[in-house]
Each structure stands twice: as C-alpha cells, then as structure tokens.
Design a binder for this molecule. Structure first.
Ligand code: ADP
Ligand code: ZN
Ligand code: ZN
Length: 816
C-alpha cells in the first residue's frame, strides 16, 4: 500500500486529527495498521507521534500535497491490533468522545513519545551585530553548554529572553531542533565481552599493566578474560567504574549486548500448583453448556448466576483450561477491589506463568511489560480490572467478567465506557465466548438472560454444602420507639458483646455512596420522594428545600413527617466515623479499625488495614462498601449492616439493585468457613421489598418486583436515559445555555417520543470551578434516544458561547 491514514496529536485528545501520508518505499513492508509512526505535522513540519489507522492504494489528497512518513517505531510491531482499532472506533460512536480518547484508553500506559525543543548556536553565523538582550542569550547559551532545552533557557532568561531568542532564531543565529524522547520504561540489561574479532585487547592490556592510570582498564579486561560475558551490574560490583568501559567500547576492544527483560509481577516459586476439582453435578452441567457454546460459530453470551461459594471461579478456571487447549487466549475481568492476593493465588496456582495480572498498584513499567507479554505470545490469560480487556491477544477465545453487576465496570473518566458492552462487542468481533458471572446480576443483564439474549446458567448450592449465613432485619423505628436513639440496635450490641467474649470478629458496614443526602422519618421510615419519578429527594441545606434531580421538582423540607406526623423527620443518615466513635464508647475494650475513603488515601493503606484485620489485630472493622467485596476473613462470625437505607435512597433508579447487591455481599463475609454466621440488617424500612428479599437471599423474588417497577416507570431495561451536563465557568451563561438546549430538545421532540426533564442545577452544582446544569432525557428505545440527543446537542453547540461544554452520558449511574 502506498498511503497511510494516520491519527496524530493524541496528547491533545479533545479533537481528532487524522491525515493521509505517503509511505516511502523503504517503509512499505513495515507500515501496518496500528503501528506507531513519526510524521511531519503542521506548517512547521513538527515531528509528531501518530498511529496508522488504515492503509490505502489511493488517497484523495493530491500527491504534491502529501507528506512522507518519517519513521516507523517499535520495530514495526503494532500497538493496536486490528480488533482494538475496531473497538476504539466503536467506543467513539457509543460513548460521545473522540477516537483519540478511546485509543488512549486502550493503549498501555507509559508508551508515549514526548518531544522537546532544543536551541543550538549556528556555528557559521555572524554574531558581531548582536547586542543587549541578544548577547545575554548567547552568553547564557555558552554557559549552559551549546545545546540547551528551550524551556530551560527561557526559564533562566525570563520573558525578555523569550523575545531575544525569537529574534536570534529569525536571524538564523540560533537553530531550533526537535528532540524526541521515548520514555518506554524498558528494563534493559547490558552485557560486555571482549571483541573476538580484534586482537587489540592484548595490546591494550599490556599497556595497562604498566601504566598505573589505566588500572581500571586492566581490571576490566582481566575480568572479561576470565569470565567471558559479564553484566554491567557485575562489573560495577567488582569496583570498576564506567569510564574504562566506555573508552574500550569506543576503541572497539569490547562489544556490548543489550537484553530486554520483561518485569515479573509475581514469582512462581511462591505458588504451589493445584489440580482442578472434580466438578459437582451443577458445575458439570454448566461446564457442558459452556463448552458447547465455545464450539459454536454464533456464540451466545452466558450469564452464570450462582450464589457466593457455589464454585463460579472454579468454572471459570476449567473453562479457561479448555480455551488454552485450543491454543487460544482468555481475559478475566474482575473489579479492581476484589483482585485480592487469594484471588490471584487461585489462578497462578492453577495456570502458572501462562497467566499474568495487571492492576493499578503496579508501576507503569510493570504494566507495560505484562501488555508486551500478551502481545508477544508469552502469556495466554490476563486477569485484571476494566483495562485488561485491551490486551493485544491474537486469538482471543474467551472473555470472563466476574461480579458482572459491579459499578466499577463503567469508567468514570472519559471515555465513559461500560466494559460489559465493550466486551460484548469485542467477543462478537473476535468470535470469543463471553462468560459473565455474579451472585446478584444487574437487572439489565438478568433481564437479557430471561429474554434469551444471554444463556442463563444457574448454580444454587454451595460446593462445600456450607450454609448461607442467617440474616435478620432489625426495625430501627421500633428501637427509637423503645427509647434507643443509638445507631446500634439492642440486639446488635448484645451480639457484638458475645462475639468479643468468644474472640470472634465483627464487621460493620455503612453503605454510603454518592453525594446525595436524603430525608427520612426515624419514627415510621417514610422517605421523601418525587411523586413523578419515584426517586428520593435530595436535601439542600442552604435553601432548606428538597429537590428531585431527575425532573427538578422542588418542595419545601417538611418539619413533620407527612405520613405519621412525627418530628423525627429529617434524618440524614450517619457516617462511618460516627459509628466508629459510638462503637468505641459501647465497647471500650475492643480494638476497632475503620476503613473508608478517609483512611485509605495512601497507596497501600487499603491492603494494610485488611491484612491487620485478617491477622486478628482488631476485633471490629467499620467500613463502607469497600470491605464488602471478595475478601475472606475466616474469623468473622458477625456482620452488621448499620443503615441499609443510606444506599436505598441515593436518588438514582439503581439504588434498589445496588442495595440488594451490597447486602448480599456483606452477608457473604460472615461465616465463610465454619458454622453459620449472623448478619443483622438495620433499617427504617423493614418492609421494603429490597430489604426483605435480600434478607432471604432471594434474588429472583427481588428481580420480579424490581422489574415491574422498572417497566412501570420506563426505566432500563424498558427504556433508557441520556443525561446532558451543561457546564461553564460563568453561572449565568451556563444556565442560559442549558435553557437554549432545553428549548431545542422540546422543539425537536415533535412526536413526543421523549420525556425531557430539566434543565435543573446538577447535584454537584459547582464542580472544579465550573457551574453545572443537567437535562435528563428519557425514551423507550436507546438508539433512537441517543440519536435524538446527539442531534440536538449538535445544534445546541452552535447556539451557545465558547466556554460552554456539553457532556453526554447514557444511563448514568449517579445523577450528580
Ligand atoms: P464462587 O466463585 O462462586 O464464590 P468458588 O469457585 O470460589 O465459588 O468456590 C468456593 C469454594 O469451593 C472454593 O474454596 C473452591 O476451591 C471450592 N470448590 C469449587 N468447586 C469445587 C468442587 N467441585 N469440589 C470441591 N470444592 C470446590
Ligand atoms: Zn413518619
Ligand atoms: Zn422527579
């Protein structure tokens, strides 16, 4: 092919810059899709990094206007496989962002090329006419060595110097050169040996033996003569400096060999190999179905619904073994937080160094090397959070998504992709099988399985036969009636006391999420909700009002409960710190640990707290949903869910399903190993269907009720939302822009297919120096809705000021 379409300027990803380049003869073999290149860009032909998106025989640009590709990087090994380029394109179309943003999300961290400008003196220039500021520049340049980074020079000289530099550049006294810096986090080892081809070394050695100044050279040659090839580290260890090495290398006496190693993220010796379990009857059936799908041309995604401990992970591993036997590769996605040492151990023990792991606690270099192992075919299984989907495997056979309901599968930074959707797309594109597992599937996934879009497989028993913990609902309204104003119910206090006596551990959860403050009645549990949307109101302290952040309805905050007249309305929930303090007061002898966003800011603090608790250094662990996932604490027999209401009333339609998930997960922490543990669910709404079904661990019961509500309200999966956040530095202008867009949406909605709510001030009204307004649009069908909103926003962009941004999100998790 003669032409390449190249995307450049990705470090400024708000706009896509895609151009055609001519491929010079020498590069024709190496120029492939996805390869990283250097091209001239702009009027100054600045050397710029880019990626080949596609190749062509023809270009629409006249030949004399086409520039040449300058360089092919990475030895012509593509950074993006064709499937990843395709996926990026798909993400761009589905998540309202640029291709550059998607490619950046896909490419491994730490692979980018930076460039800097350097200034050098033109040796042939006549500087006699220079004076004042210009002379100062030249002198500084001389002082700093003759080639200097432009930014350095400008720093030294200040703004006056900047002008002088420009003048000198115009007069061609200073030359500007661009230098490309590739910070690739390569781990390189260097080895040295005597150059066999030349006999010079004998001569040099003879000289060095008599000349004392050449002691270093002598030692070095003797070392190499004795040992053959020696690494740089070893040379340094022998007390030889680098200068004799460099000298002899220059003279051609020595030769150098570079060896690039990839970093290991675990050491195999630490793990004992395990054999697969003989599958239980349920597992065997599931595995049969999975294997059947593997061999089909048109594969159906599979949803594996199985209670905690029912052997899902074992099924993943046995399925992977089949994929490996076919010579294919597999990706296992897990929520970052559940990628615990125990989880890693299970996969490494089963598969050895065929697996690798990626997660955010690794260094960029470590992560890059795992990516390279996948590219170079050195591993076949990658485990990790969201970004593990983007591994450059050549023959992907299976994508597994564990805990498929988890909210962390939706990226909270641009591109705001849902990795479940992206995985589905990638599976279709590559012919891989998609296997999703959960004890509490999200409503949309489960609905799809019920409708036959996914294949539903179920595991109903724990493999070990171990029983699920006993769950009990505690009515906190009754506690108040009986005069207990504490956040700890009587029964929970007793049980904690008992556990302390027996030396057993307790976990206390507070399901706090989002930013919303809801208002409820402590006497009867009544929650103030928007009558239109069914969503709990958010309390705004300054104005003393309640607002629905879906439709914008605002009402005055009541003084008495509209349901029972009690004055104990306006209860806003509680915080982890308050619970910790109260626990300390109630149980002065207990050791108490707290884990929430405040106590886990350090890089490893998260694991340290959990490790301390596992080792028995504390009796009670108080925490947010962070502690609910994945971890195994054998000595925990008691779990208290302090206020189930805090997650039931987050002001989002996901609140119920998230609460169900959290209670189930939290419950799963109790009594994992021996006899049945106990779980107490404290709530002001003990009759809420989400609470009652969660207490019975009855997912289907919950699903049946929740899905009816969703259908009635037209919420997903029976309809879709699209949110547009309008933001800008000027509050008034932002509000006007929101009105303009609102007007366009209303005017375009001729057939009234869509329900337009807002504009309303966003829940996070001011964020990072910008004012935010929100419009929420609801429609019965997602694609039509998205198309409508995109068109209207396109029109809106032409009618508002430059400083206004529109941000679109499909089915936002939180309306903030
Ligand atoms: P899940 O992923 O559904 O929570 P796991 O795969 O972790 O379930 O299984 C729970 C426990 O049962 C693990 O300790 C696992 O090693 C064990 N296990 C799984 N399958 C079997 C089996 N067929 N026979 C015996 N033990 C099993
Ligand atoms: Zn009340
Ligand atoms: Zn409303």
């Amino acid at each position: 092919m003669r032409y390449a379409r190249v995307i450049v300027g990705m470090n400024n990803p708000q706009t896509d810059r895609v151009f055609d380049y001519h491929i010079p003869e020498v590069f024709r073999d190496e120029a492939k899709e996805g390869v990283r290149v250097i091209v001239p860009f702009g009027r100054k032909n600045t050397k710029t990094e880019g990626y080949i998106l596609s190749l062509a025989y023809e270009s629409e640009i006249p030949p004399d206007k086409l520039k040449d590709l300058l360089e092919i990087l990475d030895d012509g090994k593509p950074i993006f496989t064709p499937q990843m380029l395709h996926l990026a394109q798909w993400m761009k179309e589905n998540y309202f962002c640029t291709l550059s943003q998607c490619l950046q999300a896909i490419m491994p961290t730490g692979i980018k090329t930076k460039s800097i400008w350097q200034v050098a003196l033109n040796e042939n220039a006549d500087i006699s006419a220079c004076k004042g500021g210009e002379m100062a520049v030249l002198e500084a340049l001389k002082e700093m060595g003759n080639t200097v980074d432009l930014s350095e020079l400008e720093k030294v000289l200040g703004s006056a110097g900047k002008n002088a530099v420009q003048q000198l550049q115009k007069k061609k006294i200073l030359l500007l050169k661009q230098k490309m810096i590739r910070s690739e986090y390569k781990m390189e080892q260097r080895f040295y040996s005597i150059n066999e081809g030349s006999s010079m070394w004998e001569e040099v050695l003879k000289k060095a033996e008599v000349d004392k100044r050449l002691l270093g050279q002598r030692k070095l040659l003797q070392l190499l003569k004795e040992k053959g090839e020696v690494s740089l580290e070893e040379i340094k260890k022998s007390g030889i400096s680098e200068s004799p090495l460099k000298t002899l290398l220059k003279k051609g006496v020595l030769s150098e060999r570079k060896n690039q190693r990839k970093r290991e993220v675990f050491s195999l010796e630490d793990y004992e190999r395990t054999m697969p379990f003989y599958p239980t009857e349920e597992q065997r059936k599931a595995l049969e179905e999975i294997e059947h799908q593997m061999n089909l041309e048109m594969k159906k995604p599979i949803l594996l619904h199985g209670i905690t401990g029912s052997g899902k992970t074992e099924i993943y591993m046995q399925s992977i073994a089949k994929i490996l036997a076919m010579g294919k590769q597999a990706v296992v996605l897990v929520p970052e937080i559940s990628l615990t040492p125990q989880m890693m151990e299970r996969f490494i023990s089963r598969f050895g160094d065929v697996v690798s792991i990626t997660h955010s606690r690794l260094s960029p270099g470590e992560r890059l090397d795992q990516w390279k192992k996948a590219r170079d075919g050195e591993i076949s299984v990658m485990i990790g959070p969201r970004s593990a989907l983007f591994m450059p495997f050549t023959d992907l056979g299976m994508i597994i998504i564990d805990e498929v309901h988890d909210n962390s599968y939706i990226s909270d930074i641009t591109p705001k992709y849902d990795v479940r959707e992206a995985a589905k797309m990638l599976a279709e594109d590559t012919g891989a099988l998609l296997l999703m597992g959960s004890a509490t599937p999200d409503l949309v996934s489960y609905h799809k399985a019920r409708q036959g879009e996914y294949l539903l497989l179920e595991l109903k028993e724990r493999t070990g036969g171990g029983a699920l913990p006993r769950m009990e609902i505690v009515d906190m309204c009754k506690e108040l009636e009986e005069g207990n104003r504490s956040t700890f119910s009587g029964v929970l206090q007793e049980e904690i006391g008992r556990a302390l006596e027996k030396g057993q551990q307790t976990m206390l959860f507070l399901n706090r999420r989002g930013f919303a403050t809801f208002v409820s009645c402590r006497s009867c549990g009544h929650v103030m909700r928007c009558p239109e949307c069914g969503i709990s109101y958010t309390y705004h302290a300054k104005e003393e009002v309640l607002m629905c952040h879906y439709c914008g309805k605002t009402v005055e905050s009541p003084r008495n409960c509209p349901a029972c007249g009690s004055k104990y309305i306006r209860y806003f929930g509680t915080g982890t710190q308050k619970i910790e303090e109260e626990a300390k007061r109630l149980f002065p002898k207990a050791n108490i640990l707290r884990m929430d966003l405040d106590t886990t800011t350090g890089k490893n603090s998260h694991n340290q707290i959990l490790e301390a608790f596992r080792n028995g250094q504390a009796d009670i662990l108080v925490g947010t949903q962070m502690i609910a996932k994945g971890h195994d604490f054998p000595n925990v027999t008691l779990v208290g869910i302090m206020a189930a209401d805090t997650s039931l009333n987050t002001g989002s339609f996901y609140a119920s399903e998230n609460t169900f998930q959290l209670i189930t997960q939290a419950g799963g922490r109790a009594g994992r190993t021996d006899d049945r543990g106990k779980v107490y669910i404290q709530t002001y709404q003990p009759k809420h269907y989400c609470i009652t079904h969660a207490a019975e661990q009855n997912y289907k019961g919950f699903y049946e009720e929740e899905i009816l509500l969703r259908e009635m309200m037209g919420y997903p999966p029976f309809g879709a939302f699209c949110s547009v956040v309008i933001s800008g530095e000027d509050g008034g202008e932002t509000a006007r822009a929101a009105d303009v867009l609102g007007g366009i949406l209303q005017a375009e909605n001729r057939e009234n297919n869509f329900f337009i709510m807002g504009p309303v001030p966003a829940m996070l009204f001011k964020f990072r120096g910008e004012y935010r307004q929100r419009i929420l649009i609801q429609g019965p069908e997602e694609n039509a809705l998205v198309q409508f909103v995109v068109e209207c926003v396109g029109k809106g962009e032409h009618n508002v000021g430059k400083g206004i941004h529109f941000q679109l999100t499909r089915n936002p998790l939180n309306i903030v």
